[in-house]
Design a protein around this ligand. Structure first.
Ligand code: TMP
Length: 214
């Protein structure tokens, strides 16, 4: 039987990576085999793309080049990590997926790439494949950015290409995630991420158990 595909989404500093690990441990303890992945950067090729995408000058790519690089990384993640694992009956949890492209490259940048273009690219890369469940961790951009800069201070390579954008960009992308969730309520659940780690984890577990019937 094919496994389930869960994606965690949200703006900068929303706590996705922490929650992904907690959820993976929880499901693994229930006997479900879990593969953790992320975008960008889950494969060796993707790691190179990630470095190009998240470091350096915020305006170094035009909008279409940036989208194509994210989709190239996505195709590597799907073909080498996600699809093989699902075929083997494992569950896959991804730290970001295609909603991030709509939120960042469309809503964040004030819609400079038509949504239809992104959706066409998605179709080329993934066809009709979609996550079974997407959890969007919603946070005030001011709070998320504070967390994100604090984390970057401890990292050798500063992945701050997006953080260096104006606050307006982050408010736009937050609205974007909320609009995506409204458009696809059967797939997406929005969760307030301004709470302690354990509270959010418990809520995520409830959502996963309800929606995926485990
Ligand atoms: P991360 O720091 O959450 O791993 O994400 C890396 C950065 O890439 C983050 O600033 C969000 C951005 N991003 C996009 O702009 N579009 C995308 O499609 C994805 C997957 C990430």
């Amino acid at each position: 039987m094919r496994g389930k595909f869960i994606t965690l989404e949200g703006g900068e500093g929303c706590g996705k990576s922490t929650q992904l690990k907690l959820l993976a441990d929880y499901l693994q303890n229930k006997g479900i085999e879990i593969v953790q992945t992320k975008e960008p950067g889950s494969t060796p090729e993707g790691k190179i793309l990630r470095e190009l995408l998240v470091t350096g000058d915020k305006d170094k790519f035009d909008a279409i080049s940036e989208c194509l690089l994210y989709y190239a990384d996505r195709r590597c993640n799907l073909t080498k990590v996600v699809w093989p694992a699902l075929e083997q009956g494992k569950w896959v949890i991804s730290d970001r997926y295609a909603d991030s492209t709509e939120a960042y490259q469309y809503y964040g940048y004030d819609k400079r790439v038509p949504l239809e273009t992104l959706q066409n690219l998605y179709q080329i890369v993934a066809g009709d494949f979609k996550p079974d469940l997407t959890i969007i961790l919603d946070i005030e951009p001011e709070t998320g950015m504070r967390r994100s800069f604090a984390k970057a201070a401890t990292m050798a390579v500063k992945e701050l290409r997006f953080e260096s954008r104006q606050l307006e960009f982050h408010h736009n992308l937050r609205r974007g995630f909320l609009e995506i969730a409204e458009r696809e309520p059967e797939r997406c659940v929005v969760l307030n991420a301004d709470a302690d780690i354990e509270t959010i984890h418990q809520k995520i577990v409830e959502i996963v158990e309800q929606r995926l019937e485990i």
